[in-house]
Design a protein around this ligand. Structure first.
Ligand code: HEM
Length: 283
């Protein structure tokens, strides 16, 4: 454990686990409160209401369990193919991270919400979200995101999955308003970023880093391409999650002392005491 200004940094896996499991002493909502202003989101990351969290998470689990249908897989492949083809026609150098962001956002919105997102949304949303991660009070990007999502409102409201999430939020609206000290939550409830941020922001990073590691290992890459099962892919993705965790840090605040805590997931995942001397190697 060490301290960076007033924030306590946890670099030990077991210490991190005990903090994460203790929901009564450590708050997730306080350190994440900035997301309410920046992204206008009031999902379980920013609201502590346990009933709301349970319903929200259960609804996402249900959506996830429905993803593994052969038809969905066919649709993902088509989305990837279409996006690659479009970029090849332009005959320009491909920006890999940007291309993966667009493809993963496209797949996420199609598979989770069954929405055919517009090209404008797919091309602009990733950049705007990135800008807000870097500069949390960037009002221009924030307004642009909201305008973009407002233009797509019809699209999102046609999605049964998104309607379900909104219904859950609506049901808990009054207790959440009291908790957050807000007089109105309609704008936040209507904001699809409540689901897009936790899902897409994590997933594109996993795809990106897995691909980077595989490009450096052509034999393994080829083996994966020719494989019909996920048996070989799963350990590759797990190793990517270890070396390049999409959530590098998890924040908590001690409710009694007010102590802010940063759990350094990236350091814990490369601890040589746990992983051995080759902790920094993809293996
Ligand atoms: C590889 C992909 C993913 C990674 C690495 C990831 C990572 C995480 C982490 C570290 C947390 C805990 C954060 C904290 O306690 O402060 C979390 C919670 C959560 N994630 Fe993800 N996530 C991923 C995919 C997704 C997807 C696809 C969705 C939804 C579409 C999602 C929705 C959520 C929700 C709702 C919670 C709160 C759960 C709870 O409070 O019990 N995540 N995720």
């Amino acid at each position: 454990m060490r301290s960076e200004s007033s924030v306590l940094i946890i670099t030990n896996g077991l210490a991190a686990k005990s903090i994460l499991l203790d929901r009564t002493l450590y708050s997730r909502q306080k350190p994440n409160a900035w997301m309410i202003k920046t992204f206008l989101i009031i999902n379980p990351f920013t609201v502590s209401n346990n009933e709301y969290r349970k319903e929200f998470v259960a609804s996402i689990f249900k959506m996830l369990s429905e993803l593994y249908k052969p038809d969905n897989y066919k649709c993902f492949v088509e989305i990837v193919q279409r996006n690659i083809d479009e970029r090849m026609i332009l005959n320009e150098a491909v920006n890999l991270s940007q291309t993966i962001q667009i493809i993963v956002l496209n797949i996420f919105i199609k598979s989770f919400l069954n929405i055919d997102a517009s090209n404008v949304l797919l091309n602009e949303l990733p950049t705007l979200i990135n800008r807000l991660w870097i500069k949390k009070n960037d009002q221009v990007s924030r307004t642009q995101i909201l305008n973009l999502l407002t233009q797509e409102t019809g699209n999102f409201s046609g999605s049964t999955a998104w309607q379900k999430i909104r219904r859950i939020m609506q049901d808990h609206k009054s207790s959440m308003m009291i908790e957050l000290g807000l007089s109105d939550l309609d704008e936040e409830i209507g904001n699809a970023l409540n689901i897009v941020i936790p899902g897409y922001e994590t997933m594109w990073r996993v795809v990106f880093y897995t691909l980077l590691e595989l490009i450096r290992r052509p034999i393994l890459f080829n083996e994966l391409r020719n494989s019909t099962s996920v048996e070989l892919l799963i350990p590759c993705v797990k190793e990517t999650l270890r070396l390049y965790p999409p959530t590098k840090s998890i924040y908590r605040q001690n409710i009694q002392s007010g102590q802010e805590i940063r759990i350094a997931i990236d350091q814990i995942h490369r601890d040589i005491g746990v992983w051995g001397l080759d902790a920094n190697t993809f293996s």
